[in-house]
Design a protein around this ligand. Structure first.
Ligand SMILES: Nc1nc(=O)c2c([nH]1)NC[C@@H]1CN(c3ccc(C(=O)N[C@@H](CCC(=O)O)C(=O)O)cc3)C=[N+]21
Ligand SMILES: [Mg+2]
Length: 306
């Protein structure tokens, strides 16, 4: 008995996994934004305005853009939608962005991605005035975030951070692993977690033993766009798992040709291991749109100097 016995791990009860209700949290955030918009109107005569540009007919993009427009109006803001044919040239798109940059009623500009082939996304994003860049994709905003200046922060990582702070309180000293290194989610997510004093690792397709790297995480953010890539045994018991993936996959169990949306995490496997987890749908997605509205109010305030 003795030494060897005392070194064996305590028998661990299965973790009770709590889902994070991003849909409800986002609804609450939109209520707060609505109240703030009403008071900006009353006290300063300011109505924040969001312009959304959609090029082409992609059905999923059309749904997102419609939802954004509806929620913008519900929050009491002005919504400007610009739908352009898939044949729109880069020069035409940049000319529209220039007009929106100069339009005093427009506080925020979002150009829905992806853009059709032949249009250079970088060139279009670079044309957006940084002060109106509510996606936070312009290099000026990415740089400002990286050096710790006030920036417009990309909506999805901002929404993830709000959920994390609400559920965990201080993030200081926690191990955070972000899987995925996109400019839209992975990199800005890592910057935000670093600002909260996490120890941050970015894992990606070339990471050696990615499962072991992920198992270190107190906070695991999956943002790769690969359905159910993060398996249950990649998760440290009790960890908080944020699933950014929105992947449409075939669902033959629902019937011939049907699809469903799944995340980047194997959700069923994570149950009983993760402490907290965002479901897909109903987790991060609704937060993205709520943060877009928040960024539009922020941009309007800054432009008006209030
Ligand atoms: N310039 C630009 N900015 C974007 O922010 C941007 C973009 N382009 N292109 C497309 C992606 C995708 N995106 C989503 C936003 C909300 C949900 C969302 O609300 N999802 C819900 C519903 C999902 C469903 O059922 O379809 C959920 O996850 O619960 C999803 C996806 C923003 N995007
Ligand atoms: Mg206005």
């Amino acid at each position: 008995m003795g030494a060897s016995h005392s070194l064996s791990p305590a028998p661990s009860a299965a973790v009770e996994t709590r889902p994070i209700d991003g849909k409800a949290f986002a609804a609450g955030l939109r209520d707060e934004i609505k109240a703030e918009v009403a008071s900006l109107k009353a006290s300063h005569g300011l109505t924040p305005g969001l312009a959304v540009v959609l090029v082409g007919e992609d059905p999923a993009s059309q749904v997102y853009v419609r939802n954004k427009g509806q929620q913008t109006i519900e929050a009491g803001m002005a919504s400007f939608e610009h739908r352009l044919p898939a044949t729109t040239t880069e020069a035409e798109l940049i000319a529209l962005v220039d007009r929106l940059n100069a339009d005093p009623a427009v506080d925020g500009i979002l150009v829905q991605l992806p853009l059709p082939k032949g249009v250079d996304e970088r060139a279009v994003l670079a044309a957006i005035a940084p002060a109106k860049d509510v996606d936070g994709f312009h290099v000026v905003n990415a740089g400002r975030l990286a050096v710790g200046l006030d920036a417009l922060v990309p909506c999805t990582p901002l929404g993830c951070l709000m959920l994390l702070k609400h559920h965990l309180g201080s993030l200081s000293g926690l191990e955070a692993v972000v899987v995925g290194r996109s400019n839209i989610v992975g990199k800005p997510m890592a910057q935000l977690l670093l600002k909260e004093d996490c120890t941050v690792t970015i894992a990606h397709s070339r990471t050696r033993d990615i499962a072991a790297v992920c198992r270190r995480a107190d906070i695991l953010v999956a943002a790769v766009g690969r359905p159910q890539m993060v398996r249950g045994d990649w998760i440290k018991p009790g960890a908080t798992v944020i699933d950014v993936g929105i992947n449409r996959v075939p669902a033959p169990d629902l019937g011939e040709g049907r699809t469903r949306i799944v995340g980047d995490v194997a959700y069923a496997e994570a149950l009983g291991i993760a402490g907290l987890i965002t479901p897909v749908p109903g987790g991060v997605g609704p937060m993205t749109i709520a943060c877009l509205l928040r960024n539009t109010v922020t941009a309007a305030r800054r432009r008006a100097g209030i």
